[in-house]
Design a protein around this ligand. Structure first.
Ligand SMILES: Nc1ncnc2c1ncn2[C@@H]1O[C@H](COP(=O)(O)OP(=O)(O)OP(=O)(O)O)[C@@H](O)[C@H]1O
Length: 299
């Protein structure tokens, strides 16, 4: 069953077409990552699904409810972590959770939630005294306060160091284990690849492609990259290998590269030359984005 169904959704800000006829279905119980560069339309998409913004056109059903007609019921069943959460700096962590809990007819135990996100020891501290990673954990606790079925996380790890990012990933995974659906945005392809059951790639207000990481790699970046450093190897730039120079390296994109290595090394043994380094790089979502847009997913 799908928790989100949207068809032909359009959102325009003046001359900027932020969402250009977007259609998307999101199944229950998955972590779904919306991946795209700055300005792709990720936040706009999330805010429309959350009922915080109105679309100019299109059909949008969230949890079987038409979000354009009935936002109130949906808001009780979803959790939201915005891109820039503004907290009340003078409140403690615990007071902040109690305050947000009071907005809902039912809310989870604040103590349990603090323990779940690893902030029980910090409960009496003001939010302004917390690290960026801890503040982000408060934001996730707030998103979970009403025990939501569907959680929206807008760039949950932007600006965090690797350890803090890992902590957030663990929390996001625990949301899935609890049976929630998580829709998050990110410009980190490693985050999408690590967390997501389904990746949705956006660019210029359009969804370019949606699928599992394996499907996307198979369909759009089936080759591995063979990287060679050495001397006297320029004959490899001819067919069938077609290596090209990239600075000091020779690069080739090869399907089933590991199986081809014996043939390559035999050729080098026969033709001569010296290898200093040889490596095979697996394709990533960056390669998929490059194939789809001709550009890098620059951060
Ligand atoms: N309130 C607004 N008024 C005018 N233009 C806006 C507004 N919000 C977003 N935009 C524009 O709409 C486009 C999509 O913005 P959006 O914030 O949805 O992208 P994004 O993918 O979330 O980007 P980022 O990764 O930087 O957060 C951008 O060109 C942005 O400048």
């Amino acid at each position: 069953m799908n928790v989100i169904e949207m068809t032909g959704v359009v959102k325009q800000y003046g001359s900027v077409l932020a969402l250009d006829h977007v259609s998307m279905s999101i199944p229950r119980g998955q972590i779904v990552a919306i991946l795209g560069p700055n300005g792709a339309g990720k936040t706009t998409l999330l805010e429309i699904l959350e009922g915080l913004q109105r679309a100019d056109a299109g059909e949008i059903h969230v949890l079987d409810t038409d979000i354009r007609k009935n936002t109130r019921d949906v808001k009780n069943r979803i959790g939201i972590s915005l891109q820039n959460t503004s907290f009340f700096d003078r409140l403690s962590v615990e007071e902040t959770l109690h305050l947000f809990g009071a907005f809902f007819s039912y809310h989870r135990s604040v103590e349990g939630l603090l323990k779940h996100v690893g902030l029980f020891e910090k409960r009496h501290q003001r939010i302004s005294q917390l690290s960026g990673g801890q503040q982000q954990r408060v934001a996730l606790a707030l998103a979970l306060i009403n025990d939501p079925e569907l959680v929206f996380l807008d760039e949950p790890t932007t600006g965090l160091d690797p350890a803090a990012r890992r902590d957030i990933w663990t929390l996001v995974e625990s949301m899935r284990q609890e049976g929630r659906t998580v829709l998050l945005t990110t410009h980190y392809m490693e985050e999408a690849a690590y967390l997501a059951d389904t990746v949705v790639i956006m660019d210029h207000g359009k969804i370019l492609v949606q699928g599992t990481v394996d499907q996307l790699l198979r369909d759009y970046a089936p080759e591995q990259t063979v990287v060679l450093e050495g001397e006297g190897l320029d004959y490899l730039m001819q067919a069938p290998w077609n290596f090209h120079h990239d600075h000091d390296q020779l690069i080739a994109h090869v399907v089933n590269a590991a199986d081809q290595m014996g043939t390559l090394l035999d050729l080098i043994r026969r033709q001569g030359g010296v290898i200093h380094r040889l490596s095979i790089r697996e394709a990533t979502l960056e390669d998929v984005f490059l194939r789809l847009t001709g550009r890098r997913l620059a951060v």
